[in-house]
Design a protein around this ligand. Sequence first.
Ligand code: BG6
Length: 533
Amino acid sequence: MSLLQTDFADAAPAPACVMVIFGAGGDLTSRKLIPALFHLCAAHLLPDSFAMLGLDRLDLDDARFRERIASDIARHVGPAFDAAVWERLEQRLHYMQIDMLAGADYEHLCQRLTRIDADRATEGNYLFYLAIPPSLFGRVTEHLGTIGLLHQTEDDWRRVIIEKPFGRDAESAAQLNRELHRNLDESQIYRIDHYLGKETVQNIMVFRFANGFIEPLWNRHHIDHVQITVAESVGVEHRGAYYEEAGALRDMIPNHLLVLLGFLAMEPPNSFEAEAMRGEVNKVLDAIQPLTPEQVLTNAVRGQYGAGVMPTGERVQAYRTSSGVAANSQTETFAALKLTMDNWRWAGVPFYLRTGKRLTAQYTEVAIQFKRAPTIMFKNTDVGELNPDMLLLRIQPNEGIQMSFSAKLPGPTMRLGQVNMDFCYEDYFGNKPATGYETLIYDCMKGDATLYKHADTVEKGWEIVQSVLDVWSALPPRDFPNYAAGTWGPAAAGQLTRNDGRSWRRIETPTAHGGLRGGNASGGRGGGCTPCG
Ligand code: BG6
């Protein structure tokens, strides 16, 4: 029995339904969606009355579509692959060729779904997954609406999953929401931010609210500041054309980094219900102070990588030489912000956010630095200034939680060192086979939108960064490229924390056995973290 099966031992299968994937010939379908269905099938969470209908332009029939998926399913599923599970899943996969922009094809879709309903007893419940470019969301939902496929009755449901980008600024995000709302009620729209599918992100809430000792410390009286780092050592790979339009800020901050910030800063919701949870996250976003144009100049930093050498020794080319990228590109591949909140819990506590491509390490973490203890007790000793304690939430890789604090060094005199208490997910829960989409798809089938984004959350995220987008587009950068691949980003990012007498936590390169070594923020002595595994 796989760990996934163990974890879901008590969970009931999802209700009968057809999952209709627009863009079934694409990468997302073969790399993530079908493997996620495989894991759900292995865990007996797909109902007997389940079917998947893939839609795309390719001229395939059911048999050829199944062959196509079968050719690399084992690779995408990895060691958890089990031929018997695949056999169960494969016979539920169907395919239909479609021109997504042609109204007439939606009549064929209707007929095909009616047949599947009859053959598979799927009860008229349809989950439409739009694995297609966002520019098509409006037109596809318009066609689905016109033909009646989005109309729900008391006996059946119709839901639509879409994935980011949800617009490229506050105005286009609002416009996209308006287009979707023309044919869908908000309760039918499931907006995926794949960070919400990560176990370690969900665990932020559990860590905070299921443990009595944390909450009393979780406020401006005890926390000095918070650092959120989503560092990537990879470049833009084959997505140069998309990235050139997006840049690091749009690609990561209003969505993934604000998901982390929302969970870190929210008040305890009354329940895990979607409305309660999303309401609390929205209050956090409302409390974040948008930067004025003057503040953008000091509290926001952008960078673009030039050629460099990664810690592994690999030499990499500058961003401007990537395919799909202009030779004089002004797009940022690094962004850092200092944000503050105006509410009772967090007033005066800065949240420093940074993300970038081709940085030294592939690493996502939240570092919470506590205020220093008063030193009076140590006044006649060799102990100088006390180190601040730090809590580290390692989101990925080496998923875990680490607390670092001061301890007495053994010996006759009073000297202190920094030590770590470390929890590693893998030690307790093993290495679970999952794509991150399993819970999200299962939740949508059950109608649970807790881990999906509401229209308001998306728009508020854009509003927070809008002034940065405005100032950056009005003042094109003059120093790009301003950091070498394989480093921690532009010098100005260091200045962002130094201006406040602080420093980014040092995250160092992977060690030979795959762990990471890092250091305390604020230049504390010692403080290496214990690598996992
Ligand atoms: C995506 C971005 O949303 O998230 C990518 O478009 C980025 O540029 C990716 O690489 C990061 O996701 P993860 O799960 O690898 O941290």
